[in-house]
Design a protein. Structure first.
Length: 94
């Protein structure tokens, strides 16, 4: 497994996640109709997501691809990162 080389923006995100003890990251993206969609990922997976993106099935999203064309990869923009102060089962979500 090759070492992951992070950009300065990606390093800042990881530092904020660790400093603020964030347990989950919510990745948001708009669907083709402009409505916000998202997925939660554990914080410890963000390194791999920065390196490879986050796979997801878009077939259940209105206006997206048919089931046989639905495999997508979300690539987060670290410059848009913000900590949103809310808790899920007592754990911080970023």
């Amino acid at each position: 497994m090759r070492p992951i080389t992070l950009t300065a923006a990606q390093r800042r995100v990881i530092e904020k996640l660790l400093k603020n003890e964030v347990n989950f990251v919510r990745l948001y993206f708009p669907d083709v109709l402009g409505r916000m969609k998202g997925m939660n990922v554990p914080t410890e997976e963000i390194w791999n997501i920065f390196d490879h993106g986050q796979n997801f099935d878009s077939s259940s999203i209105a206006g997206c691809r048919r089931i046989h064309e639905s495999d997508q990869v979300a690539i987060p923009d670290p410059t848009s990162f913000a900590i949103v102060p809310y808790l899920v089962d007592g754990q911080k979500v970023g």
